[in-house]
Design a protein around this ligand. Structure first.
Ligand code: NAI
Ligand code: MG
Length: 490
């Protein structure tokens, strides 16, 4: 059996590092660049254009022109959809290279980028491709001799700001509905992982998206990101990332009253009742937390285990966790790669220290792996209490906090006792208990006897400080439209 993936990380060609504006590759106006790092080796992969307000202005003007007067405006909806299908096909034909580039820039195991992220990217683009010609309003029986109808129109120029944990997938979640709806795009990828988004811009160009429809400007949040948020020619901002950034974006967008959708963090409760299929639940808890090095907004990072099965369950989890293969993300059997960067590595190690200091029991893990790259052992803390920082804060790393419950009523109150509300899961064979939990937990997504069950058609987003609006599904599409009411006197 082959043990590493071809092309090996050394042969991956980084083709695009400039800003993609109005169908052209341009260096940053300032001439500045920044390094993107391979998190497995800490080596520089490439220097990337450091866009700022000047480049965002060019991109916003191009997107505005493409929306107001370009061919995008007059193109038949079905032809817009066809371009999205073609982009999906093109990505599929280059799936191995794109997965390798994603793994190089982000550190996620090639097994995941190749069989998880990329297939989902393609699926989301196809899902929204099929929607392009099915967006319509309604006719409304108002009083009097009038004919009243609504039109669903694109919201205009969409500013899109994404994080580094699923770079291509977040690009697809943002581009799919925006393009299907007829919007044009100014995107700022995360500074840690700009490469696959830039590559996608080139593929979109090659399949025939007109100049200005998709613009990508790499750069940092307070400069390039803030310029997207403040630009008067941009109508909407879709953001995924930290809630504190979303608060800044809310303030910065006030002057232009942009439409906002936010997909933010979480501290999602994953609840295991004693009557559950414990092997499936242990597997679900393991995947639900460690997937993507724990760098998931919906990570099941608060594991509530019913007291009567606590010891047995933690033992199962310990076994799974100790067998997790951490290492070279290009090795085919690697299950966990490095964290994305030094900043995330330091943050996670600091939470591990806080967990130890607070008196939680470190069942396994708790240390760095090796001395090069941002690798951290998958870590379980037991005997965690609700007020410990490892139980309240989003760690965004491979650190699981186990909490125990005996009273179901109290457990729901504890599960809801967080300002987050992104996801939740429950494991039980009791159907009433499952529905009761699903109804009472304050979260945008609830999984029953499964975890991380995503689909392009199923809306995803948060209650409370986990966000506004939903992505994916029909709701995700509507977030890129405005409703217009037309009344005709007869
Ligand atoms: P972040 O929210 O600062 O960054 C996400 C994106 O926003 C990046 O593209 C960044 O350049 C941009 N950005 C930053 N400041 C901005 C501003 N003032 N205006 C406009 N755009 C701005 O998240 P960061 O710093 O990468 O990670 C910090 C923590 O946030 C993580 O440890 C994790 O807890 C959480 N996070 C949650 C994510 C999620 O999927 N919900 C994804 C990434 C991070
Ligand atoms: Mg930040």
């Amino acid at each position: 059996m082959a043990t590493t993936f071809e092309p090996s990380s050394k042969n991956i060609s980084v083709q695009h590092t400039d800003c993609f504006i109005d169908g052209q590759w341009l260096p940053a106006q300032s001439g500045k660049t920044f390094a993107t790092i391979n998190p497995a080796t800490e080596e520089v992969i490439a220097q990337v254009a450091e866009g700022d307000a000047a480049d965002i202005d060019l991109a916003a003007q191009a997107a505005r022109r493409a929306f107001d007067t370009g061919p995008w405006r007059t193109m038949d909806a079905r032809d817009r959809g066809r371009l999205l299908y073609q982009l999906a096909d093109r990505i599929e034909s280059e799936i191995d290279d794109l997965a390798a580039l994603e793994t190089l820039d982000n550190g996620k195991p090639i097994s995941e980028s190749r069989t998880g992220d990329l297939p989902f990217v393609i699926d989301v683009l196809r899902y929204y491709a099929g929607y392009a010609d099915k967006i319509h309003g309604s006719t409304i029986p108002i009083r009097g001799r009038n004919f009243c109808y609504t039109r669903r129109e694109p919201v205009g120029v969409a500013g899109q700001i994404i994080p580094w944990n699923f770079p291509m997938l977040m690009t697809a979640w943002k581009w799919g509905p925006a393009l299907a709806a007829g919007c044009t795009i100014v995107m700022k990828p995360a500074e840690q992982t700009p490469l696959t988004c830039l590559r996608m811009a080139q593929l979109a160009h090659e399949v025939g998206f007109p100049p200005g429809v998709i613009n990508v400007v790499p750069g940092f949040g307070p400069t390039a990101g803030a310029a997207v948020v403040k630009h008067p020619s941009i109508d909407k901002v879709a953001f995924t990332g930290e809630h504190i950034t979303a608060q800044t974006i809310t303030r910065d967008s006030a002057a232009t009253l942009k439409r906002l959708t936010f997909e933010l963090g979480g501290k999602s409760p994953n609840v295991v009742f004693a009557d559950a299929d414990l092997d499936a639940a242990a597997r679900g808890a393991y995947v639900g937390l460690y997937l993507n090095q724990g760098q998931c907004c919906c990570a099941g990072s608060r594991l509530f285990v019913e007291e009567s099965i606590h010891d047995r369950f933690v033992e199962k989890l310990r076994e799974l966790t100790e067998n997790r293969r951490v290492g070279d993300p290009f090795a085919l059997d690697t299950e966990q790669g490095p964290q994305v960067d030094q900043k995330q590595f330091d943050k996670i190690m600091s939470y591990i220290d806080q967990g130890k200091a607070a008196g939680a029991t470190c069942v396994t893990g708790g240390e760095r792996v090796g001395d090069c790259g941002y690798f951290i052992q998958p870590t379980i803390f037991d005997n965690v209490t609700d007020d410990m920082p490892i139980a309240t804060d989003e760690i965004f790393g491979p650190v699981l906090s186990v909490l125990t419950f005996s009273d179901a009523q109290q457990m729901i109150e504890r599960a809801n006792n967080t300002f987050y509300g992104l996801a939740a899961a429950v494991w039980t064979r009791d159907i009433s208990r499952a529905h009761d939990f699903a109804a009472r937990v304050r979260a945008g997504t609830v999984w029953v006897n499964c975890y991380d069950m995503f689909d392009a058609a199923a809306p995803f987003g948060g209650f409370k400080m986990s966000g506004y609006g939903r992505e994916l599904g029909e709701e995700g599409l509507k977030a890129y439209t405005e409703s217009k009411t037309v009344t005709i006197a007869l």
